[in-house]
Design a protein. Structure first.
Ligand SMILES: Cc1cc2nc3c(=O)[nH]c(=O)nc-3n(C[C@H](O)[C@H](O)[C@H](O)COP(=O)(O)OP(=O)(O)OC[C@H]3O[C@@H](n4cnc5c(N)ncnc54)[C@H](O)[C@@H]3O)c2cc1C
Length: 384
């Protein structure tokens, strides 16, 4: 017999589970969130906390990012999650990269972004390494500290929205109306399954149909360099990786140039994002290695290339120590950036199948709950 009953039971307390919990709770529904870990431990606390709009795949992914960014803006003051820095600076070091940025800036997704000359990059980012050709400044991005933001979001859902959390509780099976857990059965009129990289415990056949693999990323933290970044920083390598830029016609020539000049970085799926934490330390990454079961190792060689590329973007003090290293996993699809689908009546499987969950999760949560309740597409309206 089921132990307790809720309107909505969410499996997984990462950003995607929490986004669905928020979407359900703000409609006045009773919500439970179940997670096997005692505290947040997945991709949602291992990422950059970089809420990225500019560079997302055109179309629905980009719209999800804009929508989610607006939700972050509304939620941050209520949860006490601080904004660490706004904006994004893409620094171009090759003429081909500048050409990509010029094409991007001229399109719909370049709205409100500004192309910058080399002198303007130097003025706005005095810590930029010498030799930049210019860049792009986007006002759309936000940066939060994921390892405190995710617990703060969960605590606020519990406090302000009466969401009930079952931690240290693994879900063994899900059917319409009931979730079988290590702490007993929990009834839910609707169930949402957001298991992140666990593709085998729940609905493995559904995951298999999406041809998912896992992507392993290497990340590191550098000690405070003594200056403060005004924005997140990306460089040429990001322009062939982030789909919004990579779809520009000029990206092909940049890709060829990078093959000869930074082939080792491309081989490890390395592109550069550098963001800053409240204590001044820098979060730097990342690499991308794909496998059904990625190994747990973080090769020093990958880190060497990440740091080499970081130094082409920013004038980092010579002896700046690495203070932390970690890896993270997310499911990756060859086709879709995210999907949600009914795995059974009133049971929704919701997955971000690309590295964009912090940027698009709130929209996906709204879409998922709207689909369960038979409501129209929430992206046609604004979040309030
Ligand atoms: C290193 C790294 C950097 C990234 N950088 C960014 C970035 O800057 N911006 C961005 O937008 N995205 C970024 N991403 C992607 C983003 O972090 C993910 O898309 C997002 O966190 C996925 O959230 P999730 O809730 O699906 O997964 P997770 O955070 O992994 O959460 C899944 C949860 O489900 C629980 N769970 C699974 N199965 C069960 C079960 N059977 N029973 C109970 N609990 C279960 C797990 O314990 C876990 O807590 C990055 C990812 C990584 C790894």
């Amino acid at each position: 017999m089921a132990q307790q009953g809720f309107d909505v039971v969410v499996v997984g307390a990462g950003i995607i589970g929490l986004s669905h919990a928020l979407a359900a709770a703000r409609r006045g529904l009773s919500v439970a969130v179940i997670d096997r870990d005692r505290q947040a431990n997945g991709a949602s606390i291992r990422n950059f906390g970089f809420v990225t709009v500019t560079g997302q795949r055109a179309g629905r992914t980009w719209r999800r990012a804009l929508y989610s960014r607006d939700v972050w803006e509304r939620v941050m003051p209520q949860t006490g999650i601080p904004l660490l820095h706004p904006d994004l600076a893409v620094i171009a070091r090759r003429p081909q990269a500048m050409a990509v940025l010029e094409e991007f800036a001229a399109g719909e997704m370049g709205a409100d972004c500004r192309l910058l000359s080399a002198a303007e990059i130097e003025a706005r980012l005095p810590m930029a390494a010498p030799g930049s050709l210019g860049g792009l400044w986007s006002p759309h991005e936000r940066r939060v500290e994921p390892r405190t933001a995710i617990p703060a979001l969960a605590a606020w859902l519990e406090r302000a929205h009466k969401v009930k959390f079952f931690r240290g509780t693994a879900v063994r099976g899900v059917e319409s109306g009931v979730v079988d857990t290590t702490a007993g059965r929990i009834a839910g009129r609707h169930v949402v399954v957001c298991p992140g990289p666990d593709l085998v415990t729940l609905f493995p056949e559904r995951h298999a149909a999406h041809k998912l693999r896992l992507c392993k990323l290497q990340m590191l933290r550098l000690a405070a360099p003594g200056w403060r970044l005004p924005a997140a920083v990306m460089g040429d390598l990001s322009l062939v990786r982030y789909e919004g830029y990579a779809a520009m016609p000029a990206a092909a020539a940049l890709g060829e140039q990078l093959k000869t000049e930074a082939g080792d970085a491309l081989a490890h799926g390395i592109h550069l994002i550098i963001v800053q934490s409240a204590d001044g330390s820098l979060v730097v990454g990342d690499s991308h290695h794909y496998a059904a079961t990625p190994d747990p190792f973080a090769p020093v060689e990958v880190e060497r290339i990440i740091l080499r590329e970081a130094r082409t973007l920013l004038a980092l003090p010579e002896s700046l120590p690495v203070t932390e290293r970690w890896t993270g996993l997310y499911p990756s699809s060859p086709d879709e950036t995210a999907f949600f689908e009914f795995a059974a009546p009133d049971v929704l499987l919701s997955q971000v199948s690309s590295g964009t969950g912090m940027s698009t999760g709130f929209a996906l949560g709204e879409e998922g709950i709207a689909a369960l309740l038979g409501e129209p597409d929430p992206l046609e309206t604004t979040w309030s």
